[in-house]
Design a binder for this molecule. Structure first.
Ligand code: GLU
Length: 424
């Protein structure tokens, strides 16, 4: 008999411990009171649920799911739901904390939350995915709501999953509740521009960062790791803006062409075969090799901890744009900083998604929908303002962009927490 070994998790270190480590470092640089640091290190609420699901063959599989709210000092909690085999409660805790900082840095009135289900969505049929999602939604139905906690897509989930969450919640309430979830399909009150929003926000950050370094996007060589919602649109936008996309990858491997990859052909290849590898005119590279390529901009847009102490020294890019959440460990961060590489931190670089989620929530509450040009212009305003505020703090305080961004975000959440006071 052969046993199939489960692949090792992508999480080398406990992400919640790393998230707390980042917070403690920022708090120390700001002189934040210890008791406040303790409050901000903790997650307000974490629920773990069992999700018994009828499979297509009649059997029942019990999945494990989580929903964590980190903080609601600045508004209802907001954050995506991840479907991935490596999901752990501590990963969801870390991701929920990063959402708090991201919303605060953007100046949008939300706290942070995240959800996750331990599953491999690629191995579930559409009907299994629907039944699992509806049961998960039912299990967390008292936690979510338009004034309470608003989910959205993340790794492994998409607009269809959001439609099932919206429908399950609405059926239980007896009427349609548009504001309960964002990233919905357009036909159900989604926002124009939401699908591309995370990549668009990252594009605005890359453009601004290049400008600060007297560089141009036209002709810049970029490598994008991950071809999900963020990586695929970012590669397309960068290519359309004249950058040379030298490498792309998905979970099954990468492709490389120093003269530039035809991004439209890569989209077609992915659609037809389910993978990028094998695209004509490009040589195969591993995900690890892609991170070490000679390029101007490296955009890790897949999972956490891909840049760590063991490989960060080999990064040759001038700018790292964090399309993923937590792709750089604190140890890697120091190595990149010492090497003079400009890191655009996740809470800035990938915040475009939650910003347009905010717009979708507002449009749903008002039942009044905006033009795409209006959505994109408002997105540009918010992301560019946050970029400039972060850049100014980075220069003024002579710290990395990450410490500057976290400093601004933590300051805002700390202020709201202090002004609200401790209940009772
Ligand atoms: N999952 C996305 C993120 O990590 C979007 C969250 C949202 O729109 O609420 O930012």
């Amino acid at each position: 008999m052969t046993t199939v070994e489960a692949p090792a998790s992508h999480l080398r270190e406990n992400p919640y411990e790393l998230a707390k480590e980042q917070l403690v470092k920022v708090a120390a640089s700001m002189g934040l009171e210890d008791s406040l640091v303790d409050v901000l290190c903790a997650c307000k609420k974490a629920v773990a649920v069992a999700i018994p699901t009828r499979m297509d063959d009649g059997s029942v599989e019990v999945f494990e799911g989580f929903r964590v709210t980190h903080n609601i000092a600045r508004g209802p909690s907001k954050g995506g739901i991840r479907y991935h085999p490596d999901v752990t409660l501590d990963e969801v805790r870390a991701l929920s904390m990063w959402m708090t900082w991201k919303c605060a840095l953007m100046g949008i009135p939300f706290g942070g939350a995240k959800g996750g289900v331990v599953c491999d969505p690629k191995r579930l049929s559409l009907r299994e995915l629907e039944r699992m999602t509806r049961r998960y939604t039912t299990e967390i139905i008292n936690e979510i709501g338009p004034e309470r906690d608003i989910p959205a897509p993340d790794v492994g989930t998409n607009a269809s999953v959001m439609a099932w969450i919206f429908d399950t919640y609405s059926m239980n309430k007896g009427h349609s509740v548009l504001g309960v979830v964002t990233g919905k399909p357009l036909a159900l009150g989604g926002s124009l521009g939401r699908e591309e929003a995370t990549a668009r926000g990252a594009l605005y950050c890359v453009r601004a960062a290049l400008r600060k370094q007297q560089l141009e996007l036209a002709g810049a060589r970029v490598a994008v790791q991950g071809f999900g919602n963020v990586g695929s649109y970012l590669a397309r936008f960068l290519g359309e803006d004249g950058a040379t996309v030298v490498a792309l990858s998905d979970s099954s491997g990468g492709i490389y062409n120093p003269k530039g990859i035809d991004v439209a052909a890569a989209f077609a290849r992915k659609r037809e075969t389910g993978a990028l590898v094998g695209l004509r005119g490009a040589e195969a590279v591993s995900n690890e090799e892609l991170l070490m390529l000679d390029c101007d901009v490296l955009a890790p847009c897949a999972l956490e901890q891909v840049l760590h102490a063991g490989n960060a020294g080999g990064v040759k890019a001038k700018i790292v744009c964090e399309g993923a959440n937590g792709p750089t460990t604190p140890a890697a961060d120091e190595i990149l900083e010492d090497a003079g590489i400009l890191v655009l931190p996740d809470i800035l670089a990938n915040a475009g998604g939650v910003v347009v989620s905010y717009f979708e929530w507002v449009q749903g509450l008002q039942e009044y929908f905006w033009k795409e040009s209006e959505v994109n212009a408002k997105l540009n305003d918010i992301v560019t303002r946050a970029f400039n505020e972060t850049w100014d703090a980075h220069e003024r305080r002579e710290t990395s962009m990450r410490l500057a961004a976290y400093g601004l975000a933590v300051e805002r959440v700390a202020e709201a927490t202090t002004i609200r006071g401790l209940y009772p």
